[in-house]
Design a binder for this molecule. Structure first.
Ligand code: SF4
Ligand code: SF4
Length: 447
């Protein structure tokens, strides 16, 4: 984690180690390899004589997210830093950063990894778990191969049991997540789990995690969350400058990268004309490049995370005329809605309180998810709700009962539940159902 991440005005400069240059992109945006090939160079930096990078369009930067992260992790490793893999938003990245290590998300989004995973795992398991595990057995995720430690969070049953298989060959710390978020003793247990993680990191990496180091990491993560929240806020506009698919692109498998912060800032500056939530009727959005009506419906997408490589349903929704103005899932707003108290006397307690409030379906009861959805539906003025469930994700699947009831009965919004996996076989059927949903929205608007 660079100290520069706390600075407000971040400039990209090739001579500054905190701001590595923009990698040159080769091939199509989809050329970012999802399957790592050992020995293949991960980047080719473009340097200009004065060190200024000239091709740094923010979306292009995040299109290249995997190579960017790979370059960052490779450099960190070469500097003697440790890499820690995580697989859930409950793990406070701040603790890992405070151990002078790099937290990397290992969640798999590749359909290619499902087959290899099914040699050990049952077919009837969520594709996110299988893909993550497939990378493990294939040794195809460079971040996992670099990882000195994997933090495994006890969330859903499928993940918990998969971790046991992974732990046969990888150093792993199991972080036990209590599942009753409203109980005081559950929070006490969670605090003690975070203290155990801190001790494990200190022991494994021979470092001392001081309160001040944790506070520094909290400031960095708060800044990242704030930048991403401001980007998400742009979607409140009548004429958002981004599609939901583009907004989804503004994230990184490694948090706290100063170069990412620079690109978030640059993106916000370039969209400054879209101060939100303003009524932009009459603005020529073609001139401004915004995503203007007529889109068929403003969509709130909820449910499972849409990890890198698994964006198919998002693309189907928007290629059929929807505009996803808000995603409440773990790859959207859920983890960035709240910050950590930077001034708390005990920063571990502050971390525990923030992360324990994450409204995941593994919690019982998970009424905070409903509260957040009520709020987001109003803030983003959505016209329908689409609930994405990865096949065999029992917790989100069961919880869809409450989401449907909330959408239809309380909010008066059309609701569509899409259960699918990573294979494209049902894309045409999903498109038909999405079109029918948008027709319902249209009919209601005309009524
Ligand atoms: S949906 Fe739940 S289990 Fe999955 S990453 Fe988010 S918090 Fe973790
Ligand atoms: S999507 Fe559901 S089943 Fe899959 S890892 Fe997340 S909580 Fe578990």
């Amino acid at each position: 984690m660079g100290k520069c991440c706390d600075k407000k005005d971040v400039k990209i400069n090739a001579s500054d180690p905190c701001h590595p240059p923009q990698p040159v992109r080769s091939g199509s945006p989809n050329a970012t390899s999802r399957v790592w090939e050992p020995g293949v160079p991960v980047r080719a930096y473009q340097e200009t004589p004065d060190g200024v990078i000239t091709n740094g369009q923010p979306l292009a930067w995040f299109d290249n997210m995997i190579p960017n992260c790979l370059a960052y992790a490779t450099d960190a490793k070469a500097q003697g830093k440790h890499i820690v893999g995580i697989m859930c938003e409950y793990t406070p990245r701040e603790l890992i950063m405070a151990a002078e290590a790099v937290p990397v998300c290992l969640c798999g989004g590749s359909a290619e990894m499902i087959g290899p995973a099914e040699e050990h795992l049952p077919a009837n398991l969520c594709p996110l778990i299988k893909s993550t595990y497939g990378y493990h057995v294939q040794k195809a995720n460079p971040f996992l191969e670099m990882a000195d430690l994997v933090v495994a969070e006890t969330t859903c049953d499928g993940k918990k049991k998969m971790y046991e298989l992974m732990a046969e060959t990888r150093p792993m710390h199991v972080l036990e997540l209590p599942q009753k978020p409203d109980d005081a003793d559950a929070l006490a247990h969670w605090i003690s789990e975070l203290r155990k993680l801190k001790a494990r990191l200190e022991e494994a990496f021979g470092v001392t995690i001081t309160d001040e180091k944790i506070r520094q990491a909290i400031r960095t993560m708060n800044r990242e969350r704030a930048l991403r929240r401001r980007l998400a806020d742009l979607m409140k506009s009548d004429h958002p400058p981004l599609t939901g698919r583009q907004l989804l692109q503004f994230k990184s498998n490694i948090s706290g990268m100063c170069a990412d912060f620079a690109q978030y800032t640059r993106a916000l500056e370039s969209y400054v004309g879209w101060a939100v939530p303003t009524n932009l009727q009459g603005v020529n959005s073609t001139t401004n490049g915004g995503h203007s009506p007529p889109y068929k419906a403003r969509v709130l997408m909820t449910g499972v995370p849409v990890v890198h490589g698994a964006e198919r349903v998002v693309e189907i929704i928007e290629s059929n005329g929807g505009l996803i103005v808000c995603m409440d899932n773990c790859t959207g707003l859920k983890p960035i809605l709240e910050d950590v108290d930077e001034t708390a006397a005990d920063p571990i307690v502050a971390l525990a309180e923030k992360y324990f409030r994450l409204p995941c379906s593994v919690m019982t009861k998970n009424s905070r998810r409903l509260d957040i959805l009520r709020h987001l539906a109003r803030e983003y003025r959505v016209q329908c709700v689409i609930d994405l469930i990865w096949q065999a994700c029992l917790t989100y699947d069961v919880e869809s009962y409450f989401i449907k009831k909330l959408a239809e009965q309380e909010l008066g919004l059309p609701y569509l539940r899409i259960e699918t996996d990573y294979s494209p076989g049902d894309s045409a059927r999903i498109a038909l159902r999405v079109e029918a949903l948008f027709e319902t929205v249209r009919q209601r608007a005309c009524a």
